[in-house]
Design a protein around this ligand. Structure first.
Ligand SMILES: NC(=O)c1ccc[n+]([C@@H]2O[C@H](COP(=O)([O-])OP(=O)(O)OC[C@H]3O[C@@H](n4cnc5c(N)ncnc54)[C@H](O)[C@@H]3O)[C@@H](O)[C@H]2O)c1
Length: 321
């Protein structure tokens, strides 16, 4: 696509989705700078400038925002483990970084695309539409702190929009693909793939009937970049697919695509998640707005995307990654 923004700042651009956004922007002809606490940690995209630093540093953010035409703000702490173990750090990190980005962007009149999450839909009834009412558990259930922080950041975005800032919120639904980390409790696809390649048990939490809609990272990156469009200013847009699949089915697909000898085993939630964690049984977006406002339909179906992801992990394993 043709981009009007020549110089783009990607916060969190050394991470999974951000690195794909940075690469795609660079390939589209943009000058790209990444701001990430983990810059220099490997996986750098050739041609992209990396600044190792923290989005909570207001001075640094101000300087970098001034030098760019648009900001993709993806820097965040995330994941169930982080949310449960370090909610205060997560909230401060995420909210402070977003405040800094929005303040600087308003000052210099730069467009912001903010990375939110399907988590903000909480315990609502799917399919999830951008204007739905939202329902969370009690404050003592810390797993809701991440969703609440993202929600607050969305309000901040819309609040700055009121002040004249062009800003778009994108809500990602289960993004997967090459480059995704395999951490504790996080990223079911990397976990399944690693187990399948190692011949270990593929462990499915609960009875495996819980469903998700998986979005290939290249599709997520393209939709994110399209959110630069002025038509998307002050809007919230789901980024995902309507292909709902039970987790047990994903485990079977991974096993079959990788021709793995692994067994698929079920384990109870209580044995893997910290006390107080509540699982969401279904997570399904409506995608009309993504199609109409961003003019985008995801291109990579799950079978193909899993194959590409598997290849990436196999390559990484060979290099000892
Ligand atoms: N992966 C998903 O399925 C998913 C789903 C919903 C929302 N999101 C959101 O998308 C964004 C990117 O997620 P990801 O999956 O690529 O995660 P990731 O952990 O791979 O990337 C996040 C990056 O942000 C950096 N970072 C964190 N705090 C920072 C700070 N204060 N200053 C500078 N850098 C900082 C980290 O070092 C990391 O490289 C996040 O905002 C996340 O909340 C992701």
């Amino acid at each position: 696509m043709t981009l009007t923004a020549g110089r783009c700042l990607v916060t969190g651009g050394a991470g999974f989705i951000g690195s794909h956004v940075a690469k795609r922007l660079f390939e589209a002809g943009c000058d790209v700078t990444v701001l990430d606490t983990n810059a220099g940690g490997g996986g750098a995209v050739e041609g992209v400038r990396y600044v190792k630093g923290n989005a909570t540093n207001a001075e640094l953010v101000d300087r970098l925002v001034a030098e760019h035409d648009a900001v993709f703000h993806l820097a965040a702490m995330l994941g169930v483990k982080t949310t449960m173990d370090a909610p205060a750090e997560m909230i401060e990190n995420n909210v402070q970084g977003t405040v800094n980005v929005l303040r600087s962007a308003l000052k210099f009149r730069r467009k912001v695309v903010f990375a939110s999450s399907s988590e903000v839909y909480g315990k609502g009834r799917p399919p999830f539409s951008e204007d739905d009412d939202l329902l969370y558990g009690p404050t003592k259930r810390l797993r809701w702190s991440y969703a609440t922080a993202k929600l607050l950041e969305e309000f901040l975005c819309l609040g700055y929009g009121r002040k004249g800032l062009p800003v778009t919120v994108v809500r990602y639904f289960n993004v997967y693909g090459p480059g995704q980390k395999d951490g504790p409790y996080g990223g079911v696809i990397p976990k399944f793939i690693r187990a399948a390649l190692a011949g270990d048990d593929i462990t499915v939490y609960g009875d495996g009937t819980q469903t998700r809609c998986f979005t290939y990272v290249e599709d997520a990156a393209e939709a994110t970049i399209r959110a630069l469009r002025p038509e998307a200013d002050n809007e919230i847009v789901n980024i995902g697919t309507e292909h709902e699949i039970p987790i047990m089915e994903v485990a079977r697909l991974v096993k079959s695509i990788s021709k793995s000898v692994s067994k698929i085993v079920r384990v109870p939630y209580a044995s893997v998640y910290p006390h107080g964690f509540e699982e969401i049984p279904r997570r399904l977006p409506t995608t009309d707005k993504m199609k109409s406002l961003l003019g985008y339909r995801p291109k990579v179906d799950l079978g193909i995307g899993l194959g590409l992801t598997l290849q990436w992990y196999q390559g990484n394993r060979k290099q000892g990654g």
